[in-house]
Design a protein around this ligand. Structure first.
Ligand code: FAD
Length: 553
């Protein structure tokens, strides 16, 4: 693991002197216990994924000390979180809550404002409060990872009865991923849609110095969440949960989540398509199959180059030149793999007992073969270490880490994502692919797109893998991303999620009717967090104290 000295010294938040800050930290130590408050004054370290740091972005797009915490605090209870919020309001010190902090590609654990005090909620608040085997629901604290939830099902002997839905990497937080509206790959892949009920500590302090905690949905009933909290997400009155996702309006301390019944069998399948130009007709075939649930999961249509990169070898093993790897080189190397030469690979899964799967798989096979050159790869021919089996585990609720391998494509491998959403239409897929190709060619960067197809939309995820030690390539990656975001917005495609560094730009693309949405968000921010202490700038929402004072990037 790399280490680097803290070149720029202790990152004190702006507007406060070092002695005042240090005495405030002492006060916080007295409130929570010395061992639960750590100053970030030593060198910063980048561990591997499972030891990821909680002080900064281990995959930095800018200087590694730009998005960095001044201190990290470890609350052990909701009461502790309230104490931290009161303390921050007293001293006007910005807070940044994380659950686990493995938001890699989107900023990792880093705060948006340099010198924020990071609340690492997951470190001590990591209990699975309930798994209800009758209702197929659970209630978790921020530190519960996809791995931990899965292991608990196994421990309780429930893994044959119910599944979790995991993103590509299982080390993230169920709450953190869901709040950032992350996705997984079973029919329960839309995590936000599958949650039911939040408990939230609000950032403001009332006149009597009190901090509010609220529960949403059925958890708002006087008995406080007994009985129906995890069964019905809406409760009565406005449905407020949405304002606590991709925002800075509250600190989530509990969340309910649905679990998927074991469908009674599953079968992964993989098809390859020969030409890049197959993209549009293929997407036209996928749409009706997906909407009618013949294609049942958030499947992935990946570019051939990604199939190569996920083998985990550095790019230099395949190509010594600079600029995007030429197509014929990609194809030459793919020929030697189990996938064979192709432009696109579709990974999917069919659920249910064999006789039910059989019907759906026949329809899919017939429809996909309308594309000339389409090939079904027989899974029984694939070795146990083939990436296909990682997709198989993930789409059947078993967390995995294989996906990390493509990060090795570059030395000091880091990545950042361009993640626009579009309808599931051939023309839209072509538009997005074309603009990404153009901007990648200009920047001299390999293009690795994957289309993740939901029920009415698809997320295109383009991962730019870069060398975190190469300032020039980082500058090019940033320009490439910014150009793609603007190009896409002009055509009516917006990002579903973005990196800290790009939040202002992306928020700015959602500008309809004179920025009406951001004006609404600002109104909420100022009402809920009048001192502007909670995650200033997250998702482009700046509190009044910071707004239009040069913080936007
Ligand atoms: P955290 O980092 O804890 O939280 C994310 C953000 O949410 C925080 O920065 C914070 O702003 C906010 N937040 C967190 N907790 C709270 C709280 N309690 N209260 C208020 N705000 C809070 N992501 C996917 O969704 N799907 C994928 O398939 C996927 N594949 C990936 C593959 C690779 C190779 C890599 C490197 C990353 C991938 N990611 C994917 C991105 C990321 O790793 C996951 O989304 C991960 O789950 C997010 O980190 P986390 O769960 O630790 O959340």
């Amino acid at each position: 693991s790399d280490t680097a000295p803290l070149r720029r010294g202790l990152p004190i938040p702006q507007g406060i002197s070092k002695p005042t800050f240090l005495s405030a930290v002492d006060e916080l130590r007295k409130l929570l216990g010395t061992e639960h408050v750590l100053l970030n004054d030593k060198e910063i370290k980048n561990g591997w994924y499972m030891e990821s740091p909680n002080t900064h972005d281990m995959m930095p797009l800018f200087d590694s000390e730009e998005f960095i915490a001044s201190a990290v605090v470890y609350p052990g209870s909701v009461e502790d979180v309230k104490l931290i919020v009161k303390w921050a309001n007293r001293h006007l010190i910005p807070l940044f809550p994380i659950s686990i902090g493995r938001n890699l590609g989107y900023g990792g654990s880093a705060p948006r404002v340099r010198g924020s005090v990071t609340i690492d909620l997951g470190h001590r608040m990591n209990r699975i409060l309930d798994i209800n085997a009758d209702d197929f629901t659970c209630l978790v604290e921020p530190g519960v990872t996809f791995y931990a939830l899965h292991e608990e099902l196994v421990k309780r002997g429930l893994e044959d009865k119910m599944w979790i839905d995991t993103p590509d990497l299982g080390g993230g937080s169920v709450i953190g991923n869901t709040l950032d509206r992350g996705v997984g790959y079973t029919p329960y892949g839309d995590h936000w849609a599958c949650h039911s009920g939040l408990e939230v500590v609000l950032p403001g302090v009332g006149e009597k110095g009190d901090v509010s905690v609220l529960r949403t949905g059925m958890g708002a009933l006087g008995v406080g969440g007994e009985n129906t909290w995890q069964c019905f997400p809406y409760g009565f009155g406005p449905y407020n949960d949405g304002i606590f996702s991709q925002s800075n309006f509250g600190i989530v301390t509990k969340m309910g989540m649905t679990l998927m019944p074991n469908p009674g069998g599953f079968e992964s399948f993989m098809y390859t398509f020969a030409n890049e130009s197959d993209l549009a007709p293929l997407i036209e075939i996928i749409r009706p199959l997906r909407i009618s649930n013949i294609l049942e999961n958030v499947a992935q249509l990946r570019h051939g180059l990604q199939t190569l990169s996920v083998k985990g070898l550095p790019r230099t093993e395949y190509f010594a030149g600079s600029g995007p790897m030429p197509d014929d080189v990609v194809r030459k190397h793919l020929r030697k793999t189990a996938t064979g030469e192709c432009a696109w690979v579709y990974y999917g899964m069919s659920y249910g007992p064999a006789h039910i799967r059989g019907h759906k798989l026949d329809v899919i096979d017939k429809e996909f073969h309308r594309i000339p050159g389409c090939r079904r790869i027989d899974p029984s021919t694939l070795p146990a270490d083939e990436y296909f089996w990682s997709r198989d585990r993930i789409a059947s609720g078993t967390p995995d880490l294989e996906e990390l391998k493509w990060v090795n494509w570059m030395p000091n491998g880091s990545h950042i994502a361009f993640s626009p959403v579009s309808p599931i239409r051939g023309k839209d897929a072509e538009n997005l692919f074309a603009l990404a190709r153009k901007r990648h060619a200009e920047a001299g960067i390999d293009l690795m797109p994957a289309f993740c197809v939901g029920l009415r939309e698809m997320h295109l995820i383009v991962e730019i893998v870069f060398d975190a030690e190469d300032a020039e390539i980082k500058r090019k990656a940033e320009k490439c991303l910014r150009d793609m975001i603007d190009d896409a917005a002009k055509l009516g495609y917006g990002e579903y999620r973005t990196h800290l560094a790009l939040m202002d730009q992306v928020a700015g693309t959602y500008s309809w009717n004179d920025n009406a949405l951001m004006k609404f968000n600002n109104t909420l921010k100022d009402a809920l967090d009048p001192n502007g202490i909670l995650a200033p700038g997250r998702c482009g929402i700046w509190p009044e104290r910071y707004r239009n004072r040069g913080w936007e990037l």
